[in-house]
Every structure is written in structure tokens, then in C-alpha cells.
Design a protein around this ligand. Structure first.
Ligand code: F6P
Length: 545
């Protein structure tokens, strides 16, 4: 059964939200804070997550209307269809079950009438024994030496999730050193392999399709390098592969024991929980990989079972719609206050923008409203010294997620209070701003005269009223990271459901790929065919090199 097709802007709640927006648009968050009838609605506690949404341009009515919108758009039905394995990715005719691969094993999940849980657990146990064999040194390279380095060869969902998690969980590292090769830029792969010892390096080719140009080119380059350094039989000991395309894997010469399958009902950008996460398991050990899955599974249960008003992904998604569709915000920023999450914004860019960057609705018609948020960000405090100027005083309204942790990971860390004081101060500053009166007082105190104050004050005023969500979590652990990622995954789905789009396909990446393969042939044959005048002249210039 497919998802309902409801145009959100034709719903009663949308009309009410529009009218309500006119009332609230110019209100100040700091005033709203004190007038809200039920302040506890603006704080969501769950496990070790404490999510404060009170620094938003909303009141109780906003929240209630947004919750009505979710109901009117059939969200409840959509969630159960997703978890039941219905074909909700209609344009690719697939179920969407990344949630199944983090199952706790106590349920039945049917795809085409077949319970897939046993095969999921089987793959997991293969990941576990492979990980343990590599880390313990039981499984060795071609010359009998234990592996020291692991290179993940993949791109998009076969790279961004694993690389983000491996970086995030660096504190929990195993003895293996992880590396990631993604770009078809040959300099990228050559830069990575130049210092590696072929005798002690394991390569994992990760590609759902096993046809992706970038991944296959990098894999071929690495295989040639390995063969030149060792011998052709080393390929079967130094390469593992993760894919749905078992035929192509075989052609590459990979040993059957080193092959990890994938299911077509797991989308690339949601696949880090599957065998795509093999590099994660190797980098942090299977126990930690398993805790990552369990954290995600807990968030899945929360998302499935908790009423919408206390449902974290639902509420965050609704707030995002509020800013995107009513305040017409173009972008959202994600600011983690831990260096370990430096790759989170890049990961979320694919997850969010490849999913919801759509302009055709589920009826096949062009949408009449804005979809897909543009996501960007970087870690605090680095970003404070980079782009925060624009968030504080620029002309654009940029809702931000601030993610922070109560406890640091190193016992010896004496700087955590400094980090976290910035975390709290920034959201307060963004909300409160600084009034003309305060600016003038400060300048007077600093000894400036009236003329100097008059010419300077406008530049020093902060209008404030800039919305933020604060996600305060006990500690960055495999489990809390799993929950955090799953939270964003579900937020994406909720937004897609309400925008009446298909979040799980990605046709928009095809055109450029097709054209690139045509252009490549022309470059190789040094024969340019019929492009537009701009592209023709650029290609001519490239070929004249
Ligand atoms: O960029 C498009 C895309 O299809 C992503 O959705 C996917 O994660 C990536 O390419 C890699 O695909 P594959 O795993 O098949 O190599």
C-alpha cells in the first residue's frame, strides 16, 4: 500500500497556520517565552536526550496547528507503512527498511511476505566474525602479516555515513587505522595509498550498485597498485566488497568469504547500519557498532510509538516546515559542539537534500510550495569564528540546531565548561540580541563621546529573535550517536510525507552522470560533439592542454 497523496497547502491546518503566522510573525521569542501556557511542551526529554525547542518563534497554538497538519497529512499511516515494509518508494518500487537492519531481533519484518529478520541477523553475525578476525589478526594479508589499515572505497551513502560515524567515534577506536577514498579525482586515491603498506592494508569496496564510476575507478586503481606491489593472488585476500550486485563482485575477483550483501530496500544514504558500515565495525569494534544500531533502534521505537507532541523527530520536522514554508527560510544550520561531529553536516547534506530536494509531488504534479531545506554547518566553536556573524546580524533568518554534550570524552579534559558556555551563550544571544539602549550604555562606559556613539551604535545592535533548537545529550557514545542519526533520518521522512513528495528516490543525480559519461568518451576520443556554445568552448580549451 502506498503513501496517501495529500496536498499540504490544501489542508485546513495549513490555512490556519497561514493566518496564525500573520499574528506571530513579528513577535519576539523572548516575549513568547513568558506567555506560553504550557512551558513543558517546549522541552522534550527522552533517554539521555534533552531537547529544548523553546527558543523558537512559536507558541502553543503554533505547535498545536503543526501537529494537526501532521495528522491531516496522514503521518501516522505513513509511519506504519514505512515500518511494515510497504512499497513507499514508489518510483523505484521498493520498500524502505533501513530501520529493519537495526532491529533488536525481537520482531518479524516482512518484505514480499518473507520475514527478513533472520537474514539481517545472519549478516550481522558475519560482520561480527569478520571484524573480530581482522582486529585479532586471525585473518591476515597475502604475506602473512596482520592488517593495520582499512580503506573504505565508496561514495555518497557508501562513504558519507561511515566516514561521519568513524570520525564521531574516534574515541572508541580499535587498533585499525581507517581511511576513506571517495572522489573520482585520481589525486585523492593516490594521496591516500601513497603512505600505505600494501601487505597490511585491507580494502573494502562499498557500492550498492557496484557500477558507480567513482568507486569502480578507485577500486581498479587500487587493485593495479596492489598487484604491482604484491601479486594478483593478493586481491582475494586484501579486498572485501559490500553490494547488492553479486555478479560484478565476482568479476572483480573478490573471495566469496569477503563478500557482504545488501538489500535493495535499504537506500544508500540510509545504509550505514547495514554491511555498508563494515568499516565502522572495523574502526571501532563490533561491540560499538552493535551499540550504534541499538541506539538507532531505540529512536525507531520512540518515533513509532510516542504521540506526536512528544515525538522528537516529528516535532523537529514540523518546526523545520514552519520556518521553511511560513517564514520562507532558505537554509538550516547544524552546529555540533564537539569536534568529533565535524562530518555531521556533510552527512546530513546528502541525507536531507538528496531525500527532500524534490519538486514533483506524489501525484506527479509540480509542487506549489517550497520543499527540501538547504543544510549546512560546522562545529562550534570554530563556526563562531567563521560564519556566525551572518547568523547574528545578517539579513537572512537561519534556524539552527545546536548539539552539545554534558560530558566530554577525555577525563583529563579541563576545557569542557568553556566549550559549553559558548554553546549556551550563543543560543541565548541569538534569541535575546542586544538592544540600542544596552549598546549605548556599553559605549558610554567605554568612554566614547555622543558623536562617536551615534556613528557606531547601529553596527553593534543585535536584533535577536533568531530561532534555535538545543539538543543536549549526556555524552557522545555509539548509542547516543545512533539515536541522533536515526532522529534526523525520521525527521527527513516526516517532512517528505507532509510535503507530499517521495523522499527515498534520487532521480536528480542521474542527468549529470549520464552526460559525464558522454563527455568522457568525447575527451578520450578528442572529438567534441554538439554541446552548447559555452560547454563546447570549455571542452576545446581543456583538450588543447
Ligand atoms: O549520488 C547518488 C547515489 O546513488 C547515492 O544515492 C548513493 O549513496 C551513491 O550514489 C553511491 O551509490 P552506490 O552505493 O551504488 O555506489
Amino acid at each position: 500500500m502506498s503513501l496517501k497523496k495529500i496536498n499540504p497547502i490544501k489542508t485546513k491546518s495549513w490555512s490556519k497556520l497561514k493566518a496564525h503566522f500573520n499574528e506571530i510573525e513579528n513577535k519576539e521569542i523572548k516575549d513568547l517565552l513568558s506567555t506560553r501556557s504550557n512551558p513543558s511542551c517546549f522541552s522534550l526529554g527522552w533517554n539521555d536526550f534533552n531537547i529544548d525547542i523553546s527558543k523558537n518563534r512559536i507558541d502553543n497554538t503554533t505547535l498545536n496547528l503543526l501537529l494537526d497538519l501532521a495528522k491531516e497529512c496522514g503521518l501516522e499511516d505513513a509511519i506504519s507503512k514505512q515500518f511494515q515494509g510497504n512499497i513507499i518508494n514508489e518510483t523505484e518500487k521498493r520498500a524502505v527498511l533501513h530501520t529493519a537492519i537495526r532491529t533488536d531481533g525481537n520482531e518479524k519484518i516482512n518484505v514480499d511476505g518473507l520475514n527478513v529478520v533472520p537474514s539481517i541477523l545472519e549478516t550481522r553475525s558475519k560482520i561480527k566474525s569478520f571484524t573480530n578476525d581482522i582486529i585479532s589478526g586471525n585473518l591476515k594479508g597475502d604475506t602473512g602479516k596482520p592488517f593495520t589499515d582499512v580503506v573504505n572505497i565508496g561514495i555518497g551513502g557508501s562513504d558519507l555515513g561511515p566516514v561521519m560515524v568513524v570520525e564521531a567515534l574516534k574515541h572508541y577506536s580499535s587498533r585499525l587505522k581507517p581511511h576513506f577514498v571517495s572522489n573520482v579525482d585520481g589525486d585523492h586515491v593516490l594521496e591516500i595509498i601513497k603512505d600505505l603498506n600494501p601487505e597490511t592494508t585491507l580494502f573494502i569496496i562499498v557500492s550498492k550498485t557496484f557500477t558507480t564510476q567513482e568507486t569502480i575507478s578507485n577500486a581498479n586503481t587500487i587493485r593495479d597498485w596492489l598487484v604491482s606491489k604484491l601479486n594478483v593472488s593478493a586481491v582475494s585476500k586484501h579486498f572485501a566488497a559490500v553490494s547488492t550486485n553479486l555478479t560484478e563482485i565476482k568479476k572483480f575477483g573478490i573471495n566469496q568469504k569477503m563478500v557482504f550483501s545488501m538489500n535493495d530496500w535499504v537506500g544508500g544514504r540510509f545504509s550505514l547500519w547495514s554491511s555498508v558500515g563494515l568499516s565502522i565495525s572495523l574502526a571501532v569494534g563490533y561491540e560499538n557498532f552493535s551499540k550504534l544500531l541499538s541506539g538507532a533502534n531505540k529512536m525507531d521505537k520512540h518515533f513509532q510509538n510516542i504521540e506526536f507532541k512528544n515525538n522528537i523527530p516529528v516535532v523537529l520536522a514540523l518546526l523545520s516546515i514552519w520556518y521553511n514554508n511560513f517564514f520562507k527560510c532558505e537554509t538550516e544550520a547544524v552546529i555540533p559542539y564537539t569536534q568529533y561531529l565535524s562530518r555531521l553536516p556533510a552527512y546530513l547534506q546528502q541525507a536531507i537534500m538528496e531525500s527532500n530536494g524534490k519538486s514533483i509531488d506524489r501525484n506527479g504534479n509540480p509542487v506549489e510550495y517550497q520543499t527540501g531545506n538547504i543544510i549546512w554547518g560546522d562545529t562550534g566553536t570554530n563556526s563562531q569564528h567563521a560564519f556566525f556573524q551572518l547568523i547574528h546580524q545578517g539579513t537572512k533568518l537561519i534556524p539552527c540546531d545546536f548539539i552539545g554534550f554534558k560530558n566530554p570524552l577525555f577525563k583529563e579534559n579541563t576545557q569542557h565548561n568553556k566549550l559549553m558556555s559558548n554553546f549556551f551563550a550563543q543560543t541565548e544571544a541569538l534569541m535575546m540580541g542586544k538592544s540600542e539602549k544596552t549598546v549605548v550604555e556599553e559605549l558610554k562606559k567605554a568612554g566614547l563621546n555622543a558623536n562617536e556613539i551615534n556613528s557606531l551604535k547601529a553596527f553593534k545592535i543585535f536584533n535577536g529573535n533568531r530561532p534555535t533548537n538545543t539538543l543536549l545529550i549526556d555524552q557522545l557514545s555509539p548509542e547516543s550517536l545512533g539515536s541522533l542519526i536515526a532522529m534526523y533520518e525520521h525527521k527527513i521522512f516526516v517532512q517528505g510525507v507532509i510535503w507530499n513528495i517521495y523522499s527515498y528516490d534520487q532521480w536528480g543525480v542521474e542527468l549529470g552522470k549520464q552526460l559525464a559519461s558522454k563527455v568522457l568518451k568525447e575527451i578520450e576520443n578528442k572529438k567534441i560533439s554538439d554541446h552548447d556554445s559555452s560547454t563546447n568552448s570549455l571542452l576545446k580549451s581543456y583538450l588543447s592542454n
